[in-house]
Design a protein around this ligand. Structure first.
Ligand SMILES: [Cu+2]
Length: 192
């Protein structure tokens, strides 16, 4: 079983088809600021395949990669490239999410709100899967791995400013040691 996971991974790694991404709401994508901050190698990996494991981008880190390139936070993708995608989520907003899983790798996953300045979690996960994308679980991914909703809590003004907060979906294939992330930036207006 384990050998077959590795084989699957190698086959897909060489053909550049990889593994998972949020498809709705539209997550951060690659752009010129990503290239400026991370260098062309990581930026090309991340833009060529939006489902590529972050570890593939890490392999391309070079002298052109700056300290502001945090590949394991929001996949290294930059708010500045995605200002048109910033959402507004008042407290209590129910946000339907869909995920494209192209290759299944068993491991934990969750959805959390993250502070984009400190790159840290804000409160408990909004949705979490102790076991995500188990290839043995079913022929097709269970519905709540690919289609589910999260409810945005009252963040007490912490997300009132543009660029303060993001929803981050995180999945770690623990046997293949591959990480997938997608971020959706949002603001939560202060109550009047
Ligand atoms: Cu893989």
């Amino acid at each position: 079983m384990f050998a077959s996971f590795i084989l699957t991974c190698l086959v897909f790694a060489t053909s550049a088809f990889a593994h998972g991404v949020v498809t709705s709401p539209a997550p951060r994508r690659a752009g010129t600021q990503l290239t400026n901050v991370c260098g062309t190698g990581p930026a090309q990996v991340l833009s060529n395949d939006v489902t590529a494991p972050i570890e593939n981008a890490v392999k391309q880190v070079s002298a052109a990669t700056t300290a502001d390139c945090s590949l394991f936070f929001c996949r290294g993708l930059q708010l500045a490239d995605n200002l048109d995608l910033v959402q507004t989520f008042p407290a209590g907003t129910v946000v339907p999410m869909t995920i494209n899983i192209r290759v299944r790798h068993i491991g934990p996953a969750n959805v959390s709100i993250v502070n984009t300045k400190t790159q840290s979690l804000m409160g408990p996960a909004l949705f979490s899967w102790p076991v995500f994308a188990d290839p043995a679980a079913a022929a097709d991914p269970p519905k709540n791995e690919t289609s589910f909703s999260v409810t945005i809590p009252d963040l007490g003004g912490q997300c009132a400013q543009l660029g303060a907060c993001s929803i981050q979906w995180w999945w770690f294939g623990s046997q293949v040691k591959q990480t997938y992330e997608s971020c959706i930036d949002f603001v939560q207006p202060l109550d009047e």
